[in-house]
Write a protein that binds this ligand. Structure first.
Ligand code: GAL
Length: 332
């Protein structure tokens, strides 16, 4: 081939690749519950980037814990003509309406991180949430042979909160039944609010200060519980679990007031969801959806990613090594 032919060949190749990245083929609506928590800001940024890389433009909205608003936001996205919805439901039951409305217009729906129940959901992409709860409870069980414990769950409207609790009880129930653990309080924090967790912990401490472990379902609720413990001079003297590897939690872990967190590499979730979204839009098989999770109506094809336990001993090899937080941000 002559030089001119080669130049023309590479120029065409370059232009066709460049076109793929620059021209979005698809419009995706990403509906979140909140953008006020650190983890969801990360989800937004990573998902938008991962989708854009694959030729999809993402429109992001958050409903701030408001079911009616989340519904209205979904309707607005559908009216705008998006090709697919990716939803972090505030309420896993109520959002079934979004799936039905989307399907009526031929738009498919992915549940992101949290399951949408009782509907013909197209795909569920999350972490193994029962495992998250088991990891939290195992951490405590390995360090506390017997004692008094407090359970602080998340939002009961979030299916994940129920799965975390299921996992926790898989480990804790036998210890409770055999009398090794006594449950001082078992509560749920509405909308995962740290202030709710703090209130529950204050109430538990009114009953007794003889508490050895707090199984808090995420870092926000752990933070609330630790504030209440600190008021009694108990922060750092009680085992406290968490989840999300939020910066504030990582700082508490190295300071010794929180015992552990569960690190969920969000980039894996965002990449998996973006890849699957484009496969669905291209009518391709989502090969990674090897699991099936029953949502009360159907077995939803699912991708479930493994969560990782983090404490002081492995924070460098996990959260810091992954660039999730810098060493400086955690230790300074
Ligand atoms: C859960 C999620 C957790 C945590 C919590 C509060 O559904 O899996 O990572 O962030 O919501 O937003």
């Amino acid at each position: 081939m002559s030089t001119t032919v080669w130049v023309l060949f590479f120029a065409t190749l370059f232009l066709s690749c460049a076109e793929k990245v620059e021209q979005p083929h698809y419009q995706i609506g990403f509906l979140l519950e909140t953008l006020k928590e650190e983890r969801w800001q990360r989800d937004r940024d990573l998902f938008v980037t991962a989708a854009r890389k694959r030729g999809a433009e993402v429109h992001v909205v958050a409903c701030n814990h408001d079911d009616q608003l989340q519904l209205a936001q979904a309707e607005a996205m559908l009216a705008k003509g998006v090709d697919l919805l990716v939803v972090v439901p505030h309420n896993g039951e109520i959002c079934a309406t979004i799936v039905r409305k989307a399907h009526a217009q031929g738009v498919r729906v992915i549940a992101y991180d949290r399951l949408i129940r009782n509907c013909e959901l197209d795909l569920y992409v999350s972490f193994d949430n029962v495992r998250v709860g088991e990891l939290q409870a195992h951490y405590v069980a390995q360090r506390l042979p017997r004692g008094n414990i407090v359970l602080i769950g998340g939002a009961k409207t979030d299916n994940n909160a129920l799965l975390f609790r299921k996992g926790q009880l898989n480990v804790l129930q036998p210890l409770i039944d055999s009398g090794y653990y006594r449950v001082i309080m078992d509560q749920w924090a509405a909308d995962w609010q740290p202030a709710e967790a703090m209130k529950h912990m204050e109430n538990a401490l009114i009953r007794t200060t003889d508490i050895q472990a707090v199984i808090a379902s995420n870092d926000g609720t752990a933070g609330g519980a630790i504030q209440a413990l600190a008021q009694k001079g108990l922060a750092g003297r009680v085992l406290v679990t968490g989840q999300d590897a939020e910066l504030a939690a990582c700082r508490r872990i190295v300071a010794g007031t929180q015992s552990m967190t569960v690190y969920k590499p969000i980039h894996l979730l965002a990449e998996a969801a973006a890849e699957a979204a484009v496969q669905i839009l291209n009518d391709e098989v989502v090969r990674r959806a090897t699991e099936a999770v029953h949502n009360g109506l159907i077995d939803v094809p699912s991708i479930l990613i493994e969560p990782i336990v983090v404490d002081k001993s492995n924070i460098h090899q996990t959260v810091i090594a992954d660039g999730f937080h810098s060493e400086q941000a955690i230790f300074d």
